[in-house]
Write a protein that binds this ligand. Structure first.
Ligand SMILES: [Cu+2]
Length: 272
């Protein structure tokens, strides 16, 4: 078996998780427009920049070894991609991302989970005065979450529904979700664009659209392994050279970390 054969296999071990469907996340909104023929300019530009794969993999956007260290692992300006090169277009500071119309008060958050995990879903919103033409920074997020929800290993009809409360805002804002698993160090991230007082322009994918795109996905759409904390994530267990061949030998934990671009971060973080 050659390294050239192994490389394409790397993404296939990434596990599938889900995406925020209300308010619709950027990746989910562009997927819903159709990866091959997106309608909005921003989604067309995303495909021109990064191809269609980020959209078919709408349920990924993860860091395999996050372990709660979100702010250390994700620099300002890279929040929406979770610092993943694959998803870099999601970081674009543009005002034409498909948006969900919202208002202050109770809000019914919906996350479509293709795999359910125990953990905590924490949702933030940008502070009043946020400028959507500037890269999203951690300090743009209001410290008080608009929702927090303990997820379990089961999701009702593939959805986590949970209540939250949106504060008073005007204009465009970003809703940022962090889903930290408790049964593994893995975490998932997303940006959803919302407009207070503006017109809705985003729609969530339908189940038919999800099914139709599933065979183009490089991440699993079913329950998957990795529910246990992977043993190969410590720096000592990782090979010195991140070539695909030795990585394949140390198990899916290291492969997933490699796929997430988290290899170097993992080493740096575990150094005293
Ligand atoms: Cu998952």
């Amino acid at each position: 078996m050659s390294a050239a054969v192994l490389v394409p296999l790397t993404p296939s071990v990434a596990s599938a998780h889900g995406a925020v469907f209300n308010p619709v996340s950027r990746v989910a909104a562009c997927f819903a427009e159709g990866p091959e023929t997106p309608k909005s300019q921003v989604c067309r530009d995303l495909v021109a920049d990064s191809g269609t794969q980020p959209l078919y993999d709408w349920n990924e956007v993860n860091i395999a070894n996050a372990d709660g260290q979100h702010r250390a692992l994700i620099p300002d300006g890279k929040l929406c991609s979770a610092n993943r090169e694959k998803y870099r277009a999601l970081d674009w500071a543009r005002t034409d991302w498909p948006a969900t119309a919202v208002k202050a008060g109770p809000f019914d958050f919906k996350v479509r989970a293709t795999a359910a995990h125990s953990g905590t879903m924490t949702v933030y919103i940008t502070k009043q005065g946020f400028d959507p033409t500037q890269p999203l920074k951690w300090s743009d997020l209001d410290a008080t979450p608009v929702a927090a929800y303990a997820t379990t290993r089961t999701a009702t009809n593939g959805f986590y529904d949970f209540p939250g409360t949106l504060p008073a805002r005007t204009g465009r804002h970003v809703v940022y979700k962090v889903w930290q698993r408790s049964d593994s160090p893995e975490a998932f991230y997303s940006c959803s664009d919302v407009t207070f007082g503006g017109a809705a322009s985003a729609t969530a994918p339908t189940e038919a659209e999800l099914s139709a795109g599933a065979d183009r996905s490089t991440v699993s759409h079913a329950g998957h392994g990795g529910d246990e904390r992977p043993p190969a994530l410590s720096a000592d267990a990782l090979p010195a050279s991140p070539s695909p061949l030795p990585l394949a030998l140390v198990g899916t934990g290291a492969l997933t970390a490699f796929a997430a671009g988290g290899l170097l971060l993992s080493r740096r973080r575990t150094r005293p």
